[in-house]
Structure formats: structure tokens, C-alpha cells
Design a protein around this ligand. Sequence first.
Ligand code: ADP
Ligand code: LRH
Length: 478
Amino acid sequence: MTAAVAAVDLGATSGRVMLGFVSHNELSLRPVARFPNTPVATIDGLHWNILELYRNVVAGLGAAVREEPSLQSIAVDSWAVDYALMRGNRMLGNPYHYRDERGDAGVEKVSAVVSAAELYDANGLQFLPFNTLYQFAADAVAGSLDQAETALLIPDLITFWLTGVARAEKTNASTTGLLNVHTREWDDALITRLGLPRALFPELVEAGTPIGTLLPAVASDIGLSSQAARSLQVTAVGSHDTASAVVAVPATGDDFAYISSGTWSLVGVELPSAVVSEASRLANFTNEGGVDGRVRYLSNVMGLWLLSESVRTWEKAGGCAIDLPDLLSEAAAVTTPVAVFDADDARFLAPGDVPSRIVDWCASNGVDAPRTRAEFVRSIIESLAHAYAAKIEQLAELSGRSIRTIHIVGGGSLNALLCQLTADRTGRTVLAGPIEATAIGNVLIQARAQGLVTGSLESLRSLVAQAFAPVVYEPRSR
Ligand code: ADP
Ligand code: LRH
């Protein structure tokens, strides 16, 4: 029997609500709502517009139940690390965006208490200045934790607003820096050492756990009778978007790497256990929690943020919209060599004029800067492909995995130039798609919790491969 579930997937660039139709031999998705995710800068920094996102989630779920009144389950995933501080049901202030710079003060505070090596030993996480623990340390300095009873990561917050149940789903909790990499439980010793209140951290749940049913007011907002709402379950999935995306990588065997390519590019392999060697720490590779206790051993590359932020800069200057596929075709036609810059340079993290920062990088590294828009775009894509290739080599070495193929999933799998250049620079076959891997992974874990499908991640992946055949890019000789 085919049944329907709804995935709420909030990416840093856009959010969507998708209906998923699943049986043991069928998988399809239908988008019901898509909305931009536009942050807001105020006098106290950069924030997510969380209420606007929630309004869109509720409207999208309303559309989903109108299309599928017998919807069985709903689940939420989003970008990692960010959170709301709560006192009872009250949200204490608007969540900060991870690109806000307040985390920098937190980095100093944490490093004064715990060395980088001790921290990696405990949490196995790559250093990113916005990891939740640094944001908490900044909150503590500002006195913002004084009133807080609980901290809810973004998908847990949306789930709380839908159900009234406050939990911390483990894949996303693993990005806080406060989950122990070996036990996958809150690291009480680290939390105490950092002077954070232990009570802030809710009960942990695994992906696949039923959370609860919709609050009566929410059921009414989405147009469900209270009787219908009783048979609709809200379920925890891999609530870190990257964890859900990795579930839906249409791979066979284990000699593959994935690149979850959206605002960020997450370049990694899936492992049965964490790698916390000194070499791994120095290379800044992370051990994030995957669904079914797997480890997502990966590294963040700055990603298509470089392109979207450049497009935003040009659109603002030119006062008119730029067509992305046209721009990419112009970049594909560039035949002159372009600068390959360090895509992960910290200067690219904050919102702003990325093309000027590329020029700065080139000036400080004695490289000719791109001049035309097409050259800038080509330079960004070449630099991303270069970074991917370097990470793939490091991954293979640090994890001991042989990597034969590379799966690119997410919005970036639509970028044929990026996929081809990745094949060329890595010398490996690239398999591109699905575009909506995150929503698919979200759908599949709900469907498995509902008993619509059974089996390991490998069997879920073969269902994805059947339903969404990837586009193949073979490496060209250089
Ligand atoms: P996120 O989940 O981080 O919001 P997505 O997976 O939705 O990101 O990917 C968004 C990215 O996908 C955009 O920044 C853009 O570069 C890329 N993208 C979207 N549509 C296209 C397209 N038609 N051609 C090439 N790239 C695209
Ligand atoms: C991708 C993502 C990534 C995190 C970043 C904050 O959307 O969740 O895995 O590192 O956002």
C-alpha cells in the first residue's frame, strides 16, 4: 500500500514542504510549498526570520493535508547549529544566524577553558566558529542564558511548536559540540566545564522516534479535524538536513563519497565509527551523527553560497534579476584560465560582496583576479571543484576508505559545470542527484517509522536509486 507523509525541509537558502509517497517498492515526491529563507539584520546582529519560516511551514502543511487528507506523518529538518532559547513555551529572542559574528567571542572563551585537542577528543567535531557551543559561550557572556530553561535547535523548535513536545534529535545535536562523539549522549563533563546549565539540553531522541501529535490549535490552523489529527504522527528524522541528505544518497556498496551540495558543500563518507586521530583534527574533519548510528565523516566547503552571494551583489548593483542557468552557461564557455582561490578562506563566511573578496584574495596571493562576471563564476566553480578534489583525497587517506565514485546531491547537482569539473579534478565518476535528497531522506525515515518500508539504509538507498536515476559525469583527460 502506498501512503503519504510530509517532509518540512528548511535550507539556508529556501524552505519547502514536500509530500512523499512510499511503499516497499515505490518512492515519489511532490512539492507543495516552497519559500525563500531570507535572514534579517538588526542592531544586535543577523537573525533568521523564524516566525516567517514557521508561518510558511504551517501554510505548507495546510496545503499538504488538502492534497492528501490521509497524511500519516510529518517531520522537520533544517540547517544545523542554530537554536532558540526558551523559558517554558516562550521564545527568548529571535534565533541568531550562524553567519552572525558573535560566535567569535565564544571561541576565545571556550579555548581559554578547553584545548582544541581535548575538545576534538570529546566531540569529534571540526572547528567552525559558529558551532553551537561557541554561540552558547557568547550568550553566557551577554547574560542571555540567565532566563533560559531550554535550548531548542531549529528543527526541534518547529517540532515543539507543532506538538508541544521538546526533544533534541541526535543527528543535529551532534553539531552542537556538546554531544560526546563516542557515547552519542550529552557530554555532561564538557557542559559542566564550560559552565553551561545542564538543564538547557532536552532529552535526546533517535531519528525514527515518534514525537507526538499536533497541538489542537495547530491542527485547526492546517485545516484538520481533531479526530483526523489524532492519526497524524509527528516523527523525528535525521533533523540535521545533511543527515537526511546522506540517507538519500543513491549509492551501492561502500566505496563512494558524497557531496551534499547546497548553500554549503559537505564532502564526506559514511563510517561505522568515528575517526578522532590527531591528523583528522588537524585536517579539520568532523564526525557528525548519522541516522542508524552511522558516522558522517566529512568536511564543510564554503559551497554555492559563494555563487549565490555573488549573484546577490550583482543584482543589487544592477537592479535587475540574473538568470542562474544563463550565468552558468556563460561560465561554461570561458576558455581562458581563471584564478583558483581558497574557497574556505574565512573572509567569505559573512554576508557581503563576495566578488570584491575574491579580488582581495587574488591580490594577497599574487594571482590575476577574474574580470568579467562569467570569469568570476568560472573561478568560483573551479575553486569549489578544486576544494572537493583536495577533500576527497584527504578523506580517503584519513578514513582508509577507497573512493571509486562521488555522489553529488542537493541543488548543486543541477550545476552541470560543477559536476563535470568535479569529475575532471578528482578523476572519478560523478553521479549527480537527487536534487531534493534532504526531503527524500526525511520522507524515508518517517516512512520506515510508519512501517511503510523496512530495512537498512542500504535498502532505502536502493529505493532512491530506482526512483531517481543519477546523471553520470565521467572524468575528461586534462
Ligand atoms: P539549501 O538546502 O542549502 O537551501 P539547496 O540544496 O536548495 O540548498 O541548493 C541551492 C543551490 O542550488 C543554489 O544556491 C544554486 O546554486 C543551486 N541551484 C538551484 N537551481 C539550479 C539550477 N537550475 N542550475 C544550477 N544550480 C542550481
Ligand atoms: C547545511 C548545514 C551544514 C552545517 C551548516 C551550518 O545546510 O546544515 O551541514 O555545517 O548548514
